[in-house]
Design a protein around this ligand. Structure first.
Ligand code: AMP
Length: 566
């Protein structure tokens, strides 16, 4: 079926076609013909991204009497962002319809301005429940002539505690009206609303009830609690073109994760309720226009996010409610695209995976986080492809090439390639050089040294010889000529110490530190035994032999990331 075959008013069709819509989506195909012709209540079980805005918007606009300047259509949606989105869609659909006006009302903005919009004769009002209730109480809006009411994302509105406001609003609408309720899921509370306020509603289900969108791939990674953040970094590094949302459970974690990512040069921003409306708007704007690649958000703040082309949704922590998982993952794979929804789980929340699988009726694949080597390869491939595919149509560049060729003439092609890669990837390669595999400790109880690629050494010098970490590092590096970055964790005790280096350097360490002196006295270096420090009387903990720390948020790193922004 084509839009042109639907009995929509010609001017409305023109607006739809100007948007490039030719074929109605399944939910539109089911709802539009019915809602145009019949005064009927409707329940649409549809995820966001299925085209539901047009499914209720086109019939509503079609049926509005533009000659009457009273509110005839009311759309209630949970958040400001969603209201703005719906309103913009409506304005685009009705671009060629003379005399049709849409007002948008939501909290955190001037009520007077919004009231003016209504007074100037808006026939359709798109509103958040709280602000609408407020304005009704102040008699700034009358809804007693409304013929069509849409409750969009009804489950979200109830989750957000808008039940009373919705009741209050619906009680002020006339008995004779059509109510169209859209919801991604059908919890009991939504069913209750439909029972109380709708009569004999037609039920449309796009996909299955409570089922995640079909073109979403669900993957989980099992990691230790302490590795959650590192896991996220690996996902981001492995997907340099990611355009994603990271969901955290609390505002605090949201801010912390965003801060860390920003500090380390990722293109990210936080979005949560502790930020001012202006800060939130700014973050959303940057995300929408792709100035930033990753938005770190709480569920509440992310409710209105209605952005296409989100490639990944990352659950930093899984939500408590399985239904929230549907909402989170439904932010990707919109408008027919594919998407990935990733859950990072530790042993503690592992059981949630099967719970969600059961309730939401999806299947998770267990993934293995990419290794440092795989990440570097992936980034290099991306970089090489970028070089191959870039089109150079800038005259200025051509003008500069002779002098640049001249000044680089001493380098061979191989040399130049190495240098380019060093500039672009030095930080990343260093960071992942000795990185360990990130996965849960489950079943690995025997392993004392967390980093499987590292070798731990014992040295019979400690604090009582006046050594501190820096001194020990200098001692190792000056005798071996190794850079400081090749030494992992350093654990100093009174009489002895431990240090780690990559296994491949073991022989070199033993050889170069043999028969050497410190403070005019000889010392001994040995490979630490498996039960290592304990035997030697220390509480040998492998405290954070964690190269991941070293990456830091320096400028070079930021520049690298800037370079890979799309
Ligand atoms: P919605 O579920 O209403 O948020 O729509 C998701 C996205 O799909 C929006 O960006 C719409 O502009 C787009 N869309 C909706 N209906 C169609 C259609 N029939 N053809 C192409 N794109 C559509």
């Amino acid at each position: 079926m084509l839009f042109s075959e639907l009995p929509l008013k010609a001017d409305l069709l023109k607006g739809v076609e100007a948007l490039g819509f030719t074929k109605p989506t399944p939910v539109q195909e089911e709802s539009i013909p019915m809602l145009i012709n019949e005064d009927r209540d409707l329940i649409g079980l549809a995820q966001t991204g299925t085209g539901k805005t047009a499914a209720f918007g086109l019939p509503m606009i079609h049926r509005i009497d533009v000659k009457k300047n009273i509110v005839q259509g009311l759309v209630i949606a949970p958040t400001r962002e969603l209201c703005v989105q719906i309103s913009n869609d409506f304005k685009a659909f009705s671009k060629y319809i003379k005399g049709l006006s849409v007002a948008t009302i939501y909290g955190g903005a001037s009520m007077d301005k919004q009231s003016k919009e209504i007074r100037s004769g808006a026939q359709i009002v798109v509103a958040t429940p709280g602000r609408l209730m407020d304005m009704m109480k102040r008699r700034m809006i009358k809804i007693n002539h409304v013929s069509y009411v849409v409750l969009d994302e009804a489950d979200e509105m109830l989750n957000m505690g808008f039940k009373e406001d919705i009741d209050g609003i619906l009680e002020h609408t006339p008995e004779e009206k059509s109510t169209w309720l859209f919801s991604a899921t059908m919890p009991k509370e939504v069913a209750k609303i439909s029972k109380s306020y709708m009569s004999n509603p037609l039920e449309i289900t796009v996909g299955h009830k409570n089922v995640g969108a079909e073109n979403i791939e669900h993957v989980y990674y099992n990691v230790n609690e302490r590795d959650r953040y590192k896991a996220v970094k690996r996902i981001l590094d492995f997907n340099p073109n990611i355009y994603g949302l990271i969901f955290c459970r609390t505002r605090r974690t949201t801010q912390e994760v965003a801060d860390k990512l920003l500090k380390e040069g990722y293109s990210a921003a936080p979005l949560h309720g502790d930020l001012s409306q202006m800060q939130r708007d700014k973050a959303m704007e940057k995300f929408r226009d792709k100035t930033i690649q990753v938005l770190v958000a709480t569920d509440v703040a992310a409710r209105g996010i209605d952005v296409n082309n989100i490639s990944h949704v990352i659950n930093y922590h899984l939500p408590d409610e399985s239904e929230s998982y549907t909402h989170r993952s439904g932010r990707t794979a919109r408008a027919g695209n594919k998407g990935v929804s990733i859950a990072i789980v530790s042993n503690r929340d592992q059981n949630k995976i099967s719970q969600i699988e059961r309730k939401v009726k999806i299947k998770f694949d267990q993934g293995k986080l990419p290794s440092g080597k795989e990440i570097c390869e992936q980034q290099l491939i991306g970089y090489v492809n970028k070089i191959k595919n870039i089109s150079i149509d800038n005259d200025e560049i051509s003008k500069l090439t002779p002098s640049i060729s001249e000044s680089l003439s001493e380098f061979s092609k191989e040399d130049l390639i190495k240098r380019m890669i060093a500039i672009e990837f030095e930080q990343l390669l260093k960071y992942y050089e000795n990185s360990r595999e990130i996965s849960s400790d489950k079943g690995k109880k025997g392993s004392r040294i967390s980093n499987e690629d590292h070798q731990r050494f014992f040295i019979n010098l400690g604090h009582n010889k006046g050594l501190n970490k820096g001194g020990l590092l200098r001692l190792i590096c000056s005798n071996t000529n190794l850079p400081a970055k090749s030494v992992g964790s350093l654990d100093l005790y009174n009489d002895f110490s431990f240090f780690e280096v990559d296994k491949s350097l073991s022989d070199k360490i033993l050889e170069d530190l043999k028969d050497k002196e410190y403070d005019d006295k000889s010392f001994v270096v040995e490979i630490a035994s498996n039960d290592g420090g304990k035997k030697r009387g220390g509480r040998d903990r492998n405290r954070g032999g964690d190269k991941d720390r070293n990456r830091g948020g320096d400028r070079r790193n930021r520049d690298r990331n800037r370079g890979r922004r799309r």
